[in-house]
Design a protein around this ligand. Structure first.
Ligand code: ACM
Length: 241
């Protein structure tokens, strides 16, 4: 099956533009499974909870989910993407899997990173593994990488491919994901973003280098720190151990 990732630099607060750019990049990729970055539609650095709440959307009613669900159906691709999810008074840093048939699952980030703890509610759902027909996938988000238990639990639940939307700012994750794949015998797709954000006196540079890693630790595909676009690679998910 053909899997891959979108790496790009979302512009903070420009939701329509970011979603439109992602859709344009993905059209014609002819993949079975594509992973987008964490918070791909909003950008990353919020200044306060109110600002975040205004950007967040209800799933499945919100426009970001609906546009990506339409894209999944039109392009016959399973999409995994990170977005700010509103549920009542809470906002979660969530990852969504939507299939071409419109079925969807939501994972709410368990391990919030740094200032995310000021804005988001920690995840309140079990880690899940979803059978999408050709393979079984699990979702985790960015900083979850530093806790080996997350990838382990997904593996023990039967995941063959771990989908990992990210907004990485530390340098270690891409190497650590090789270990996660080796120790668990799974594939992982880390979809990172590029670019910089500066808001509220905080400056962040995102590290790019999105990648697809195989169960033996081989990097099957990798972008550089700044490239934008869609990368795909053919793999056999049954090679997961
Ligand atoms: C991160 O979890 N966005 C570093």
């Amino acid at each position: 099956m053909k899997v891959g990732f979108l790496q790009f630099s979302p512009l903070w607060g420009r939701k329509d533009d970011n979603v439109e750019r992602a859709i344009r990049s993905i059209r014609g990729a002819k993949a079975d499974l594509l992973v987008l970055p964490e918070l791909f539609s909003t950008g990353y650095l919020f200044e306060n909870g109110e600002e975040l709440k205004r950007s967040a959307e209800i799933i499945p009613e919100g426009p970001t989910f609906l546009r990506l669900a339409d894209l999944a159906a039109e392009e016959k691709v399973n999409l995994v993407f990170g977005m700010a999810e509103r549920d009542g008074e809470s906002v979660y840093n969530s990852s969504v899997l939507v299939t071409p048939e419109g079925d969807f699952w939501v994972y709410r980030k368990l391990h919030l990173f740094d200032r995310e703890k000021l804005w988001f509610t920690p995840g309140d759902k079990e880690l899940e593994v979803i059978d999408i027909g050709r393979t079984r996938v699990g979702m985790m988000l960015c900083f979850d990488w530093i806790f080996p238990e997350v990838a382990r639990i997904l593996t023990l639940k039967g995941a063959q491919i771990i989908c990992h939307p990210s907004n990485l700012v530390l340098a270690y994750c891409q190497s650590a994901m090789i270990t996660r794949c080796l120790e668990n015998g799974v594939f992982a797709i880390t979809a990172n973003r590029t670019g910089r954000e500066e808001r509220g006196g905080v400056k962040l540079t995102f590290t790019g280098k999105s990648q697809v890693v195989a169960p033996r630790g081989e990097i099957l595909s990798q972008a550089n720190e700044t490239d934008e676009g869609v990368w795909t690679v053919d793999l056999d998910p049954d090679l997961a151990l």
